[in-house]
Design a protein around this ligand. Sequence first.
Ligand SMILES: C[S@@+](CC[C@H](N)C(=O)[O-])C[C@H]1O[C@@H](n2cnc3c(N)ncnc32)[C@H](O)[C@@H]1O
Length: 172
Amino acid sequence: MSFLSDNGVFSKDKLDFGSTLLLDTIFNNVNNDLDILDVGCGYGYIGISMAKFKNAHSTMCDVNKRALHLARKNASANGVEDRCQVLESNIYENITGIYDLIITNPPIRAGKNVVYGILDGARDYLKEGGELWTVIRKDQGAKSTISHLEENYKCEVVTKSKGFYIIKAKKH
Ligand SMILES: C[S@@+](CC[C@H](N)C(=O)[O-])C[C@H]1O[C@@H](n2cnc3c(N)ncnc32)[C@H](O)[C@@H]1O
């Protein structure tokens, strides 16, 4: 696969380690053909890869217009534009569907309100038994985030590497 990137988007020069670890872990743990939502999609690495290799129907959203433009181009360049919908949305503001999986490498720099808005809010956009998948670094509060998520989800740390925790939070 190839991805166009640009100034002003997350991890513009190379794929982020947290994002690749998250996606590799998901690939080994979920079925094909799912409806997924990639929140904070950036230039589209997660949602487009899920469409391409897991035959997912991917909805992808972000607040960054440049990232959204790139995500649309990247979906076409990788031949999955028919399975990718790219929307501008502040967290879930413009999201109307419900999903089997919500996947996010959350925007830590946007602050706790936005990050917890994405993580907590996911519950309302997941089907029963649906799963929120996220990546958080140990030094960015992975353990306290897991304790917080446990209030609303059944959580599992599926893998850990180089201080990055991959968390599955299941709606029950
Ligand atoms: C850590 S980056 C992940 C980008 C991409 N998913 C990846 O893995 O390469 C987080 C993304 O969240 C987006 N973002 C920041 N605030 C947001 C908000 N309020 N609602 C939706 N997305 C937001 C940023 O623009 C950024 O693209």
